[in-house]
Design a protein around this ligand. Structure first.
Ligand SMILES: Nc1nc2c(c(=O)[nH]1)N[C@H]1C(S)=C(S)[C@@H](COP(=O)(O)O)O[C@H]1N2
Ligand SMILES: [Mo]
Length: 200
């Protein structure tokens, strides 16, 4: 009885949550600049560092016993896919940063990862409920190819800022460039302003 209209099949899906120049992706692509490292959780640590020394270091057990957030976020890759409503569990950077004494001159951070990947972000973008060290995706331990055991999650910036296999955050006085930023990606990377490359 009901007539199902297929008239809009094949039409590009639109949603006000998709930033300009992006398309809706239903899968979860893997984008890695090198091989997937495998971490040993018995020796794994996460540190916040400054001036060449650790301000604070957490073991895996210490980190995962901190109060966590369950968040549902849209993520946007500079290669133009956006994924809506991705489900994460992680420790807010507010929680981790509140545990260290921060020199007010240190307004920037560099994420350092197993495998050598780096990415830079203003410290302000890690605060205010905007960034997490995520260790679960969709109710399961974060898969190694997606950054497990733990990755940075900064969903309001292009996804290359969400460093996989993150091991430390280095606090810095200057906005030094990370891996992709040195190769031409934007220093900040706001998807709503299409800040993809230098000069955008
Ligand atoms: N350590 C590390 N983190 C990384 C990358 C990488 O190559 N190495 N790629 C970045 C890029 S360009 C993107 S789009 C996302 C991809 O995350 P996914 O593979 O979970 O989709 O991870 C980011 N974080
Ligand atoms: Mo990317």
């Amino acid at each position: 009885m009901a007539i199902i209209s297929r008239g809009f099949r094949g039409k590009r899906e639109t949603d006000p949550r998709i930033p300009p120049g992006q398309y809706l992706e239903h899968g979860f692509p893997v984008l890695s600049a090198g091989p997937t490292p495998r971490a040993d959780l018995s020796t794994w640590t996460f540190s916040i560092t400054a001036d060449g020394g650790a301000l604070k270091t957490w073991t895996w057990s210490e980190l995962t016993h901190l109060p966590h957030d369950d968040v549902v976020k849209d993520i946007h890759c500079v290669t133009k896919w956006s994924k809506l409503d991705s489900v994460w569990r992680g420790i807010s950077l507010d929680t981790l940063l509140s545990d260290v004494e921060i020199d007010p001159d240190h307004a920037f951070a560099m994420a350092h990862c197993d495998g050598g990947y780096t990415t830079n972000v203003p410290l302000a973008d890690l605060r205010g409920g905007k960034a997490w060290i995520a260790y679960q995706y969709d109710g399961a331990p974060l898969a190694p190819e997606h950054g497990g055991p733990a990755r940075l999650l900064i969903p309001h910036l292009y996804f290359w800022k969400s460093a996989k296999w993150v091991r430390s955050l280095e606090l810095m006085t200057e906005n030094t460039r990370g891996f992709w930023e040195r190769l031409g990606y934007h220093d900040y990377g706001d998807p709503w302003k299409e800040q993809r490359y230098w000069g955008d």
